[in-house]
Design a protein around this ligand. Structure first.
Ligand code: NAX
Length: 327
């Protein structure tokens, strides 16, 4: 048997954690032949609930689980970590200003960035799920100077999957008929779900739908889907977010299929005029555990405006956390 891969999940006692851990343990992310060691990180008040989840994981008798431990100390939880899934974050409470939210999360992600820097394995890959995900990833990266910036990513795969599902429903086609859809920018309502390069059974998606559907129905539906789930379900997306986190990492580790790509928020290298120094979503392909931003796509005027608006929001988040001394 191969050496176990150490996966640390933060916010392990939360609702996404509960949906995520069992998928990881079953082999959904790393495949059926890779043993996995699970480190569950929580805040002290929630470690007991995390212990309960660990008991249930034990009761699943998953053959791939080579070890499991609950921590309230990031330094211990990230020691030797290969894959870090940063789910736990501080939600916005009543009366909380944006600056309060950014600084509360800054406290969490700066500490976790330092702990990763101190103890993570050489090959560590990080995905941030906890919101504001892109900016939290930037903060963690800034506190981990010895880890390449490229290893810090934020999740926009849920947005990607939501967009796939909406387009598939509109076309009355299976999701598998669709290729090359992309999410650009921030994981927020300003994101740009882009179908200008997408195909449905090989046919350009934009030739199959009205422009007004894209601008007035598709984009707002995808961008505001989180709020829609809250209003219908009475709680925020959990299993779908966990599934997207599995997909984000599965594709990063195992590679994207030929002729398609995924969406990931990654440090910009200046591609498509997105300034360096922010973590923004792009279409990416992955191979051998490395991702690359898809190059050479034509960007329409409509796309340009949408991408620029989301990037402007990311720049203002970055400036706000820089002013708080978090970068
Ligand atoms: P929950 O409130 O159910 O769980 C969060 C857990 O994180 C709690 O158990 C809490 O004790 C723990 N936690 C807080 N600070 C921590 C720290 N410093 N170290 C370790 N654990 C800590 O939230 P849940 O519904 O699971 O959502 C988690 C995060 O995902 C939220 O920030 C949420 O906004 C974000 N989301 C991001 C999405 C994305 O697409 N990027 C979509 C889904 C989700 O809304």
């Amino acid at each position: 048997a191969s050496t176990p891969v150490t996966v640390t999940v933060t916010g392990a006692a939360g609702q996404i954690g509960y949906a995520l851990l069992f998928r990881l343990a079953s082999g959904a992310m790393l495949g059926p032949n890779v043993p996995i060691k699970l480190n569950l990180l929580e805040i002290p008040q929630a470690t007991q609930a995390a212990e309960g989840t660990a008991l249930e994981l034990m009761d699943c008798a998953f053959p791939l689980v080579a070890g499991m431990e609950v921590f309230d100390d990031p330094a211990k939880a990230f020691d030797g970590v290969n894959i870090a899934m940063l789910v736990g974050a501080r939600p916005r409470g009543p009366g909380m200003e944006r600056a309060d939210l950014l600084s509360a999360n800054g406290g969490i992600f700066s500490v976790q960035g330092k702990a990763l820097n101190a103890g993570a394995a050489e090959d560590v890959k990080v995905v941030v799920v906890g919101n504001p995900a892109n900016t939290n990833a930037l903060i963690a990266s800034a506190h981990a100077p010895d880890i390449p910036d490229s290893r810090f990513t934020a999740m926009t795969r849920l947005d990607h999957d939501r967009a796939l599902a909406q387009l598939a429903a509109k076309m009355d086609q299976p999701v598998a008929a669709i290729r090359k859809l992309a999410i650009w920018g921030n994981h927020s309502a300003s994101q740009y779900p882009d179908i200008t390069h997408a195909t449905v059974n090989g046919v350009s998606a934009t030739s199959l739908v009205a422009e007004s559907w894209i601008a007035d129905e598709f984009i707002p539906r995808v961008a505001k889907r989180g709020a829609e789930i809250i209003s219908v379900r009475g709680g925020s997306s959990a299993a779908s977010a966990a599934n997207a986190a599995v997909e984000h990492m599965r594709l990063w580790v195992q590679g994207t299929p030929d002729g398609d790509w995924t969406s990931m928020a990654v440090p910009s290298d200046g591609s498509y005029g997105v300034p360096e120094g922010i973590i923004s979503s792009f279409p990416v392909t992955t191979h051998n555990g490395e991702y690359s931003i898809v190059q050479g796509l034509e960007i329409s005027d409509f796309s340009r405006t949408r991408i620029d608006a989301s990037v402007a929001e990311l720049l203002s988040e970055r400036d706000a956390v820089a002013q708080l001394g978090l970068l």
